[in-house]
Design a protein around this ligand. Sequence first.
Ligand code: 1HE
Length: 264
Amino acid sequence: LPADGLLGSLDLLQVTLGGSVAHVRMNRPAKRNALSDTLVQQLHSAFVNLPEHIGAAVISGEGAHFCAGLDLAELVERDVVGGVLHSRMWHAAFDAVQFGRVPVVAVMHGAVVGGGLELAAACHVRVAEASAYFGLPEGQRGLFVGGGGSARLPRLMGVARMSDMMLTGRTLGSDEAVQAGLAQYLVPDGEGLARGIALARRIAGNAPMSNFAVMHALPRIADQSQSDGLFTESLMAAVAESTPEAQERLRAFLDKRAGKVERP
Ligand code: 1HE
């Protein structure tokens, strides 16, 4: 595998490596990056197969929009069994994003709707360009979310906001989305990718065990009772702080070789 440059074009997906960061770009602009079965499977494959030297990833969409959600042209021919299996296929793919090897930054612009918002919700940090707008048109299309949205989105924005979006078709602009918890960063149009890659570089510079703990322990602890959560936290903390990398980083700070915490 090349350490840098184009890793491969999976037809609807382009994966580029730069140092410790992988950039995964949905590349179906004519259909607004609508998530066909093929595109979802290619996302799954890309995240499962990230090279070992990669420490963080960025996902973005080519063209005027991040993602138009489910490819509605493929939905019309599906029966009930096909529908359940299809949803489970999305779950597997988006789990590979959320619970894969590395943290993922979503860079969002234009439409971030339906399954596109579900995909963004599986990422760990979300950057919105000013043009980004967010919607869950499933209610209007006679559908329900099927890509993990009902489990992930209320954890970001709460059940009330998600219900409002699904029932009334309300869409949120990028500033409202930040207030609602759907994005952590708001940047001018055209600056999302640079910000996303800069954030990914910082993330990739962390100790791998700290990143692992944030990705895998934090959401599980949030699902646990306080008592179980505190116990899990103690185990995870002990694992993280006993790694050689943690010990070297602590020594570096005490020897004044490491940076201080900066003001925002
Ligand atoms: C599509 C799709 C799609 C565009 N499936 N083909 N998602 C939605 O309900 C959103 C539907 N899409 C839209 O509302 C708009 O397309 C957008 C606001 C995203 C973009 O508008 P615009 O004016 O830039 O593009 P367009 O002219 O509407 O679309 C360009 C082409 O993309 C056109 O095809 P063409 O052959 O006529 O050129 C569109 O048909 C096509 N296209 N979006 C299929 N979604 C696991 S559960 C998840 C459930 C959901 O995600 S439901 C939400 C589905």
